[in-house]
Every structure is written in structure tokens, then in C-alpha cells.
Design a protein around this ligand. Structure first.
Ligand SMILES: Cc1ncc(COP(=O)(O)O)c(C=O)c1O
Length: 478
């Protein structure tokens, strides 16, 4: 049987205006229709009981019963035996009509690094925005400290110290527009240092390389293996700074081992090097508690970068830097020069969201959603694509899988695309050709269970076909 979701009253995001001219049941109907149409409530989702919703909205039960009956008559809701009300299948049609796939939209999406934004906690976020607009004094909406509003810097410091094992003082936090801006301002500051040279992980994310090239900063690749970045290679590279993803290496998924963490910190101390820690999805660890951030080991040698993109929604464009004392001024000046500070209402809303414990709540909920998707993916890979060998820790929003030797990664990615599947290969993330191996990056943030299974089965078939072609090719005449 298909799995169904149960929605709680507080998730439904119904705002009743008692001063409005429309009836209360009409307002509830409109809110629920909108939630169904835009896909926030999907077909089969169990609705809260009329009593629970009435209690939550502080209306009489009859008002909710009337709204439920009207929506049932329209096919948006279905009442079942035992008094259970679910979202009906008309709902699916309605939401599909609104979210009609564009011609470029893949049927099955394994794009890397996309969280499920349909699960964004709209109700809780709305409460925080409303609270901010109700209580915040107007001067917080004037030009302010380019590092960000004090409320958010304090809330982030408390969160990072508690959850990421860090040593953060609020005045060293700089709020920015995601990692993209964080790495840009770090690049701009490094560029000012005589003889600066930045090392990047190989394979690794392109952003640090693009920034280095944009600002004219020399850069050098350093290899990564199952235990993370190679510190001896870093030492030989003569770099003055290194950008790393210690909690979950992108794209290979390894976790920087305890020995390497110690070696990396020793490198920074001995050489006066700077570690730029990209902690993009550390909160998603499925087998045990996340490993603490490197920053906690050496706060004066690490610029820490966090982002809301994986853990809430990339569209928020919220990120945060934690700087060693000596770089706070230059980084704040670079942020000031870039945009004079991030939007205040969003920052204040996020501060409130953190302080209320909503972020922890959301992470707990999403961890179990992604854990489930990951296990569906791993089971499907083992069953339908056993030629692929998975790498990395049980963490994050993606699994990287090695392709068998000789299989043409680009051809598999192209054939998957033709079959309506979006997936990335590793090719775009290697820097030096030397150790290049073919592989695929399965993002499982947004795909449903059935899509994951169908996509993996198709890719398994494509890989076997590619192997057969390779074998035939090599056995045939030149
Ligand atoms: C390795 C890595 N770091 C950080 C980010 C987050 O970037 P941003 O905060 O700019 O959305 C991403 C996004 O995909 C990423 O892949």
C-alpha cells in the first residue's frame, strides 16, 4: 500500500481573519484548496480531525466540519470509515495541473544537493515572520551592521556551539547570502594577503575554483580519498589556505578521519594556514550523531561556512560565516562592500525560528524523511544496479556510486537524460586527470520512493548495456 502522510493542524498554515467579510469556514476551505493545489498537501495525506483543527484554530467544530464537507463534495477531501479524512485524488490532478512539468523538467530527478522544498515549514516560518513584524522596533529595519542583526548572530552562535561543537562568539559571526557569497568574500580577503594560494579538494565543488579565478587568486588541487583530504599533499602544495568539506566530502561523501582532522589542524598551526570549512549538510547524519565541526578544534585557524540551503531551502539565500578574530574586520568589510548586509526581516525571522526550537524540529523531521529515501535508494542500487559501488558515509542528500571500469560515464548520463532522468556524473568535479574514476551522484532529496526505484532500475540497465558495448567493442576488430 502507498505510504501516506499525516498532517498536523499546525502544519496546515491556515490563517483566519476574524475581521474579514468572508465566513470562517470559507477561509478554511480556501486555505486548504490552495495547500492542495500547490502540492503542500498531497493525495492520501491524512487530515487532522475536525476537533483537533477546530481546537488549533479556536473555532467551533461545526465550522471545520462544514469546510471539510464542502471540500469533500468538490473532491479535494475524502471521508473514510472511522471518521478519517484524507486528501483526495482530485487533489493530485489539481496540483499536477498547477505544477505541470515543463518540457525540460526530468521525469526522475537525481540532481544533487536539492532539499525537498515542498516540506519547507511554512507555518512555523510564517509565525516567525509575523512575530518579527509585530514586535521588532523600526530601527532594526534601517541600515545596520553588515555582519547581520545581533539577534541572529547570537542565535546562530548558540546553535553552532550546541549542535556543531563549535567555539563561537556572536561578534565573529557574519550572516551572508549562502555559501556562494561566503566563499566570494573569503576569496576577496585572501586575495589581499601577499603570496596567498588556495588549495581545493580534488574532486570537489567548483565554487572555490571559480571564486579564485574571478579574483585572481592562485589555486591548487589536493587529492581526496576515503578519509578526506590528503594533508601531506596539502603541505607539499605550498598553499596558504584550503577549502574543505570535512563532515561530508563533496562529492565523494567521506568524513575527514580523526587522524586527518588532527593533521589538518597541525598543518594550519605550523604553517599559519587558514582552513575554510564548508559545513553544507553536516546536520544530516543518519547512522549516528554528526561529527563536530573542525572550527571547534582551532577557532583561530578556521573560517567556518554554514548554509540554510540544504537544511531549510536554498531560495532563502541564508548562510553564515564564523571567522577567526583577525579576519572579522576584513570579512565584514568585504560583506559591506558586496551588499551592505543581508535582508533584515529574513534574518530576524530565522533568529526567532532558531530560538523557538523550530529549526531543531524541522531537522528531526527531515532527517527521518531523507534517511528513508536514502535507504530506498541503497536497496534499489543493491538490487537493480549491483555493478555500481557506493562510497561515503551515511549522511547528506546524495550518494556517490562508482561505475565499473570501462563504462563511459558521459554516455550513461546522456542516455539517462534521454530516458527522462536527471543525474550528474563525477566528471565535472575532478580537477586533475590522474586519478579520475567514473561515477554517478544520486541526489535523493526530492525524488519519491517509486521514482528512485524506477530511476535506479533504468540506470542499472544502461550501465549493463554500456558494459556490453564496451566489451563487444574491445573484442572486435580495430
Ligand atoms: C559543497 C557545497 N557547499 C555549499 C553549498 C551551498 O551553497 P549555497 O549556500 O550558496 O546555496 C552547496 C550547494 O549545492 C554545495 O554543494
Amino acid at each position: 500500500m502507498a505510504r501516506t502522510r499525516t498532517s498536523s493542524s499546525s502544519e496546515l498554515l491556515i490563517e483566519l481573519r476574524r475581521d474579514a467579510t468572508g465566513s470562517l469556514h470559507g477561509q478554511i476551505e480556501r486555505a486548504l484548496r490552495a495547500a492542495i493545489r500547490d502540492g503542500r498537501l498531497t493525495s492520501g495525506t491524512t487530515m487532522p480531525s475536525s476537533r483537533a483543527l477546530a481546537g488549533h484554530l479556536d473555532v467551533s467544530r461545526g465550522v471545520v466540519v462544514e469546510a471539510y464537507e464542502q471540500l469533500a463534495a468538490e473532491g479535494f477531501l475524502v471521508s473514510q470509515q472511522g471518521g478519517v479524512t484524507r486528501v483526495g485524488s482530485t487533489a493530485a490532478a489539481a496540483s499536477e495541473a498547477v505544477a505541470a512539468p515543463s518540457p525540460e523538467r526530468p521525469r526522475i530527478d537525481f540532481a544533487y544537493g536539492r532539499p525537498d522544498v515542498t516540506q519547507f515549514p511554512r507555518g512555523a516560518w510564517l509565525r516567525s515572520v509575523r512575530e518579527v513584524l509585530n514586535v521588532v522596533p523600526s530601527d532594526l529595519l534601517a541600515y545596520g551592521d553588515s555582519r547581520g542583526v545581533a539577534e541572529l548572530r547570537s542565535a546562530l552562535a548558540a546553535y553552532l556551539n550546541r549542535v556543531r561543537g563549535m567555539a563561537v562568539q556572536p561578534d565573529r559571526v557574519i550572516v551572508c547570502n549562502g555559501f556562494a557569497q561566503a566563499i566570494s568574500i573569503v576569496g576577496a580577503v585572501l586575495k589581499l594577503q601577499p603570496g596567498a594560494r588556495v588549495a581545493v579538494e580534488d574532486p570537489g565543488q567548483r565554487d572555490p575554483i571559480d571564486v579564485a579565478e574571478r579574483v585572481g587568486l592562485p589555486w591548487v588541487p589536493v587529492p581526496v580519498d576515503d578519509c578526506g583530504v590528503s594533508v601531506p599533499a596539502l603541505d607539499r602544495s605550498a598553499a596558504s589556505a584550503v577549502v574543505v568539506t570535512p563532515a561530508h566530502q563533496f562529492p565523494l561523501g567521506s568524513v575527514l578521519s580523526a587522524d586527518r582532522r588532527a593533521d589538518l589542524v597541525a598543518w594550519a598551526r605550523d604553517r599559519g594556514g587558514l582552513i575554510v570549512e564548508d559545513d553544507y549538510d553536516a546536520e544530516y547524519r543518519f547512522d549516528h550523531e554528526p561529527i563536530g565541526a573542525l572550527q571547534g578544534l582551532a577557532p583561530e585557524h578556521v573560517v567556518y561556512c554554514g548554509s540554510a540551503s540544504k537544511v531549510l531551502a536554498p531560495g532563502l539565500r541564508l548562510g553564515w560565516l564564523v571567522s577567526p578574530g583577525r579576519l572579522v574586520g576584513p570579512l565584514a568589510a568585504a560583506k559591506e562592500a558586496s551588499d551592505r548586509g543581508s535582508p533584515a526581516i529574513e534574518q530576524l525571522a530565522f533568529a526567532d525560528f532558531l530560538a523557538r526550537g523550530e529549526f531543531d524540529h524541522h531537522l528531526r523531521r527531515m532527517r527521518s524523511v531523507y534517511r528513508q529515501r536514502r535507504s530506498v535508494l541503497l536497496r534499489a542500487l543493491a538490487r537493480d544496479a549491483p555493478e555500481l559501488v557506493t562510497a561515503g558515509a551515511s549522511a547528506g542528500l546524495h550518494v556517490t556510486a562508482w561505475l565499473p571500469k570501462g563504462v563511459d560515464e558521459e554516455a550513461v548520463v546522456a542516455a539517462a537524460h534521454d530516458a527522462g532522468i536527471r543525474i550528474a556524473g563525477l566528471a565535472g568535479y575532478w580537477v586533475e586527470a590522474r586519478d579520475r574514476r567514473p561515477g554517478l551522484i544520486f541526489g535523493y532529496g526530492t525524488a519519491g520512493d517509486r521514482e528512485i526505484e524506477e530511476g535506479v532500475a533504468t540506470i542499472g540497465t544502461l550501465v549493463r548495456a554500456s558494459r556490453a558495448t564496451t566489451r563487444t567493442g574491445s573484442d572486435g576488430p580495430p
